[in-house]
Ligand binder design. Structure first.
Ligand SMILES: Cc1cc2nc3c(=O)[nH]c(=O)nc-3n(C[C@H](O)[C@H](O)[C@H](O)COP(=O)(O)OP(=O)(O)OC[C@H]3O[C@@H](n4cnc5c(N)ncnc54)[C@H](O)[C@@H]3O)c2cc1C
Length: 410
């Protein structure tokens, strides 16, 4: 009989196991994959962006309306606590840009190694290749956990099974099934943080280009306020890059509803129509014979300059001064906002985050315990919370794992 069985060895599960073991609980950590922490190891392109230095309220707001739920967990264990904890167990961290925090080694393995060493020190029992199939309540305070090969008994269970993204790293959505088996509702699941596909085939001609500081907004009524800025990269059928990852979590729920999501992109580092008009006028005055593509190349990559001319129905070799008024107006509008229509995405296998999850209404934010089944706790990505890129999601996993591991309310 264990005090607690933790299902899932991601940031949330490991943190909860360590916290419970520190409180002298007998802890078993079950992981279906052959090794623990595979997703943690893959984070930040192998560098692991552990957290960021945002003020608590701003951090909470970054998760949208649902963010309020996190206040208890974050107040107990926020970035200062996490970094102090990691430092105490031997991991040095730094924030090279003053915001995003990484291990000084810039190697996620060093994060995983200190966490494993800490679990060993605290005698957390770890069992890999243990794919939990079902959980059964034996009585009001005793659960049986069935894997393909074994049955374990525990007073408490922490469900830290993550989301649906990257099945190669262990994601399967089992946690949602377990939650439902206890009567929890699971809010609709969407792939988030992933490359998007667009209707416009011209993007493939710009495949090699990275656009710094592009701004994306959704071109639907009441939604133009949703804007993101950052680096964008064209792909053979759409767009990817940091700004797209953040934007995608806003787009995928709309895509399900509308099938096509119109958006507008500023590729010109924020130039508006007036700036574009002045820029073209100035260039035409300085060198009236210079072709429009040579002018646009001063602010955009060549391939994109050509495609924008095509969209404006302008021969890109034409001198700027000779372009007629209607076409020039079209060009100016396109330089301020180029339309793209999102029609799909790369799917859960390329989604770094899952939007949606176990409903927050049925979880006590002060403990992370189920309001329906005593002794059942949730933490990490399995619950209905998702944040932007930049250490937000790992911090939430560590904070909620810490709170769940306190086993308050049992
Ligand atoms: C490629 C990539 C890069 C990322 N980079 C960053 C980053 O730099 N910074 C950041 O903040 N966020 C990043 N994220 C997001 C972040 O990794 C996740 O939000 C976070 O790891 C979720 O942690 P978790 O513990 O909730 O779940 P996970 O880490 O997904 O762990 C869940 C574990 O449960 C196991 N499991 C599932 N079902 C069962 C079962 N039935 N039985 C037993 N075990 C089971 C899985 O195998 C898995 O090991 C990244 C995500 C990806 C995919």
């Amino acid at each position: 009989m264990y005090d607690v069985v933790v299902i899932g060895s991601g940031a949330a599960g490991i943190m909860s196991a360590i916290t419970a073991a520190k409180a002298q609980k007998r802890v078993l950590l079950l992981e279906k994959m052959p090794k623990i922490g595979l997703k943690l190891k893959a984070t930040g392109g192998g560098k692991c962006n552990i957290t960021n230095m945002l003020e608590l309220d701003d951090f909470i707001n970054s998760f949208g309306r649902q963010g309020r739920f996190m206040r208890d967990a974050l107040s107990r264990f926020y970035h200062d606590d996490l970094l102090k904890f990691l430092s105490n167990i031997g991991l040095q961290t730094h924030a090279p840009d003053g915001f995003r925090v990484f291990p000084i080694s810039h190697n996620s393995k060093s994060v995983l190694n200190v966490l494993i060493a800490q679990m060993e020190k605290l005698h957390v029992e770890i069992a890999c290749n243990q794919n939990v199939q079902k959980i059964e309540a034996q009585n009001s305070q005793n659960y049986s956990i069935y894997t393909e090969t074994d049955i374990y008994e525990s007073k408490n269970i922490i469900i830290a099974t993550g989301g649906l993204g990257y099945s190669t790293l262990g994601a399967s959505g089992d946690g949602y099934r377990f939650a439902k088996s206890f009567g929890h509702s699971v809010n609709e699941l969407y792939a988030a943080m992933l490359p998007l596909h667009v209707e416009e085939s011209w993007v493939k001609n710009c495949r090699a280009d990275t656009i710094a500081k592009a701004t994306l907004k959704i071109n639907l009524p009441k939604m133009q306020k949703i804007r993101k800025s950052g680096d964008l990269i064209f792909t053979k059928n759409g767009i990817r890059g940091p700004v797209v990852l953040d934007f995608a979590r806003e787009v995928t729920p709309l895509l399900k509803k509308y099938k096509k999501v119109p958006m507008l992109v500023n590729f010109t580092k924020g130039m508006n129509e007036e700036n574009s008009l002045n820029f073209l006028k100035e260039e035409a005055k300085n060198d009236p014979q210079n072709s429009i593509v040579e002018i646009l190349k001063k602010i955009l990559p060549e391939s994109l300059s050509i495609e924008i001319c095509n969209l404006a129905d302008i021969d890109f070799n034409m001198p700027c001064a000779k372009i007629n008024g209607v076409k020039k107006e079209k060009l100016i509008k396109l330089l301020a906002w180029t339309p793209l229509n999102v029609i799909g995405h790369d799917g859960f296998d390329k989604a770094m985050i899952t939007r949606g999850g176990v409903s927050l209404r049925e979880i006590d934010p002060r403990t992370m315990q189920s309001k329906i089944a005593k002794g059942i706790y949730f933490c990490g990505e399995v619950v209905d919370l998702d944040g932007p890129c930049g250490g937000y999601n790992l911090q939430w996993s560590f904070s909620s794992g810490y709170l769940a591991g306190c086993l308050l309310g049992t």
